[in-house]
Design a binder for this molecule. Structure first.
Ligand code: DGL
Length: 259
């Protein structure tokens, strides 16, 4: 039994880390499309094409039973497209995150931060409204947080300023719940919690676990294989990989190398 996870680059390791903790006896493969990151400012057509290439690579090389789109931007634009092209279960992060946000909010005011693409797509907005039309939703594109995480500026003053710049306008609207609608943002959870201790934070990486469980039959193997693949080698990837998942084997691949 195997689960494949793909992301535009490093950020999806936050999702992979949670999957590793929850699926000890399942083979887990992560593909970070580091050669073509970011997806956050690309068109829907391009994101669908890249997402299909990543998915096919994992399916054809590792016989995965279930595919997780860790990337919020790819989940926003390419989920339905991938479901129509692939014949294994495909899980995106938006619907699970929206469910959790609707569950968390007590005053029915939810904030969403994400990439330009994710916010423009209104994916979280529509998913939350579908669950509860009475929830008020406030969104903000927060693109600078991605390079700050990639630079390793996790607890830095400049990151604190950027966090306030993006989240303060949502807090002013009275939100009690904030969706961290981008793979990189869970890395900033501590700093966001320090600045806004009363906000409930939605981390989609935690929300997707029950969705994956429902797609997989139970497995009895002792310990699953773990492999991280990237389409380019970068120092930022290595640093964040070490921080989030330790010394899992890393291999550079070319997406044309399909067995
Ligand atoms: N993985 C992307 C996301 O969650 C963030 C990085 C990018 O723009 O590719 O939306």
């Amino acid at each position: 039994m195997a689960i494949g996870v793909f992301d535009s680059g490093i950020g999806g390791l936050t999702v992979f880390r949670t999957i590793i903790k929850n699926f000890k006896d399942t083979d887990l493969y992560y593909l970070g499309d580091t050669a073509r990151v970011p997806y956050g400012n690309k068109s829907k057509d391009t994101i669908c094409r890249y997402s299909l290439e990543c998915s096919n690579f994992l399916i054809n090389n590792y016989q995965i039973d279930c595919l997780v789109i860790a990337c919020n931007t790819a989940s926003s634009f390419a989920l339905d497209f991938l479901k129509s092209k692939l014949n294994i279960p495909v899980i995106g992060v938006v619907e699970p995150g929206a469910q959790l946000a609707a569950k968390f909010t007590e005053n029915k005011k939810v904030g969403i931060i994400g990439t330009i693409g994710t916010i423009k797509s209104n994916s979280y907005y529509n998913a939350i409204k579908k669950i509860d039309n009475k929830i008020e939703i406030y969104q903000n594109q927060s693109p600078l947080l991605v390079p700050l995480v990639e630079e390793g500026r996790i607890e830095h003053e400049i990151t604190r300023l950027a966090v306030k710049e993006y989240i303060a306008p949502l807090v002013e609207k009275g939100i009690d719940t904030l969706v961290l609608g981008c793979t990189h943002y869970p890395v900033l959870k501590n700093i966001i919690e320090k600045i806004y201790p009363n906000l409930k934070l939605v981390d989609s990486s935690e929300a997707i676990i029950p969705y994956i469980v429902s797609c997989l039959p139970t497995d009895k193997r002792e310990e699953g294989k773990r492999l991280i693949l990237t389409t380019d080698e970068t120092e930022a990837f290595n640093a964040l990989k070490h921080r989030l998942v330790g010394d899992i084997k890393l291999q550079k691949v070319d997406l044309k190398e399909i067995i």
